[in-house]
Write a protein that binds this ligand. Structure first.
Ligand SMILES: Cc1cc2nc3c(=O)[nH]c(=O)nc-3n(C[C@H](O)[C@H](O)[C@H](O)COP(=O)(O)OP(=O)(O)OC[C@H]3O[C@@H](n4cnc5c(N)ncnc54)[C@H](O)[C@@H]3O)c2cc1C
Length: 494
């Protein structure tokens, strides 16, 4: 599927591979060329330069940051970070490994172990860039803590069955910027300062377009790349290339092919250049792709936290998920319901005053019987579900979905509100998770498991720890992008 296959939709075209003969004695040369200045590429370039390599960093946009700069600023870190210690939360490498092994769809133990064993040092490395995660803890349920608290639960650690397997610890570390978006910009600005200080040559408005391979494209070594800047094009010779060019949520053709769930009923989260070109560059030299069909999709229905005490049912009036799950896990299960229809039912005592605008109020009802009829559910189904939930909740139990006792409360104080969690009504947003298969050091793998010599991938164009919405913990993308980006940079430099 190269540009020669003219019938392909434009977004699926795989760039041609150029032969090494395209490079000549005058072609400029670097030890490491990094493609993309988001969190993964910035970390890769910095570590490669600190390891002594001559590094070129290409960024297609006019400014550094990519999607990373838009993001809220959760980094999933643990094993006893300074914030965990200061706020009295016990954690260990083993607990973090066990949790990620248990909650990941197809866990790669080598990567998970490396990530957890290196997590405290990585936390310190991030702070050494020049900022400090606040030594404070946010105890509520929120998408992101509203203030600058440094730590909160951002996964399913306290959700059944994980809490029974591993002692829960909060690992969502947030940069000290209030609000839901653009917190990571401070990290990206610091990365830019450090990258420049270490002598990395950064070229903006310059996008990689093709890889150059010495030998057969399916077996040869990546030895350089072609680039384009407005109407200028050029070539660069590279000891190694690190592709850190982001995900593919903005490429409608790739979304249709791999993750149709991220289709028209959703709001896509990403920057312009999340168009999957990095992944297609990898494919041009035989990169295997992993978890491409797994999106991160969410429409959080809290805050206020009290809404987690309500119940979520499908159009048949049946519960299907523990309502205290991380919001992407809840959303993952909504998507699997008939027609992706779901309702959150909360009584007057637990509705709370704040309103989460992403999940609209459908209606209020004086009785559950009226609600059942009003929602067109099978006769008796919702009444049965609510009665059973309330009876069990009164005893602090949830034998059906094992919701944590902290979030159990009978929903008996009418009138009752129905918030519409259905796809197409609630404002679901999402981004892609899958990408190139890589080793623990970021080397790109082919389908037979062998590595593509000279090619590395990191961040949202690579597949590492985050694998699906069911197990996703907020902070994994920035956490693994920075962590494995650093490893890729060091390995590429060596
Ligand atoms: C609103 C929002 C909030 C989020 N919050 C969080 C959070 O709190 N925690 C978390 O872990 N994750 C979060 N995410 C996800 C996370 O931001 C991304 O997964 C992560 O930033 C990806 O980093 P990256 O370095 O791989 O890609 P990016 O940051 O997108 O960087 C890739 C760069 O490559 C450039 N590029 C693309 N193609 C080329 C090319 N051919 N040549 C040169 N350059 C190229 C792009 O312009 C871009 O600058 C959030 C996402 C969004 C949208």
């Amino acid at each position: 599927m190269t540009s020669a296959d003219s019938n392909l939709p434009a977004g699926l075209v795989i760039p041609d591979v150029l032969p090494a003969s395209a490079l000549d004695a005058d072609t400029e040369a670097f030890d490491v060329v990094v493609v993309g200045f988001g969190i993964a590429g910035g970390c890769a370039a910095l570590e490669a330069a600190r390891a002594g390599a001559r590094v070129l960093l290409l960024e297609r946009a006019a400014v550094h940051g990519g999607t990373s700069s838009m993001s809220g600023g959760h980094f999933y870190l643990g094993g006893g970070t300074a914030v965990q210690q200061a706020t009295g939360h016990e954690d260990s490498v083993e607990a973090m490994v066990d949790y990620l092994m248990a909650s990941t769809k197809d866990p790669d133990e080598e990567k998970i172990r490396a990530y957890c064993e290196g997590s405290v040092a990585h936390f310190d490395w991030l702070e050494d860039l020049g900022f400090e995660f606040e030594r404070s803890y946010f105890p509520g349920k929120a998408v992101i803590q509203p203030g600058t608290e440094g730590l909160m639960f951002t996964g399913n650690e306290k959700v059944w069955p994980y809490r029974e397997k591993v002692a829960p610890a909060p690992r969502g570390h947030k940069v000290p910027v209030p609000g839901d978006t653009e917190g990571t910009r401070i990290v990206m600005d610091l990365l830019r300062e450090h990258v420049e200080k270490e002598g990395v040559e950064v070229r903006y408005e310059t996008g990689a377009t093709n890889l150059v391979v010495d030998g057969d494209p399916d077996t040869g070594r990546v030895v350089g790349l072609a680039w384009k800047s407005f109407d200028r094009t050029g070539l660069v010779r590279a000891g190694s290339v690190v592709v850190a060019a982001g995900g593919f949520v903005m490429n409608a053709d790739m979304v249709a092919r791999y993750t149709p769930a991220l289709g028209s009923k959703l709001f896509t989260l990403g920057s312009t250049y999340d168009d999957g070109l990095g992944i297609r560059l990898g494919e041009s030299v035989g990169a295997a792709l992993e978890h491409m069909d797994e999106p991160f999709i969410t429409a959080p229905f809290y805050p206020p936290s009290s809404r987690c005490k309500g119940i979520i049912v499908n159009r048949d009036g049946e519960r299907f998920v523990a309502e205290d799950s991380y919001h992407a896990r809840t959303s993952y299960h909504v998507m699997k319901q008939p027609d992706a229809v779901a309702y959150l039912i909360v009584d007057s005592e637990h509705l709370g005053e704040d309103h989460m605008p992403l999940v609209p109020l459908k209606d209020g009802f004086e009785t559950i019987e009226e609600m059942e009829a009003g929602l067109g559910m099978p006769a008796g189904a919702l009444v049965r579900t609510v009665t059973r939930y309330n009876e069990n909740a009164a005893r602090g139990e949830d034998p059906d979905f094992h919701k944590h006792p902290d979030w159990l409360a009978p929903q008996t104080a009418g009138p009752w509100a129905v918030l519409d969690l259905s796809l197409g009504v609630a404002l679901y947003a999402g981004f892609t998770i899958g990408g190139m298969a890589t080793t623990v050091d970021g080397q790109v793998r082919r389908t037979d498991g062998s590595v593509v010599p000279g090619l590395y991938a990191a961040g949202a164009c690579a597949s590492n720890i985050a694998q699906d919405g069911n197990g996703y913990c907020s902070g994994t993308q920035l956490g693994e992008g920075s962590f494995f980006g650093r490893r890729a940079g060091r390995h590429a430099a060596g």
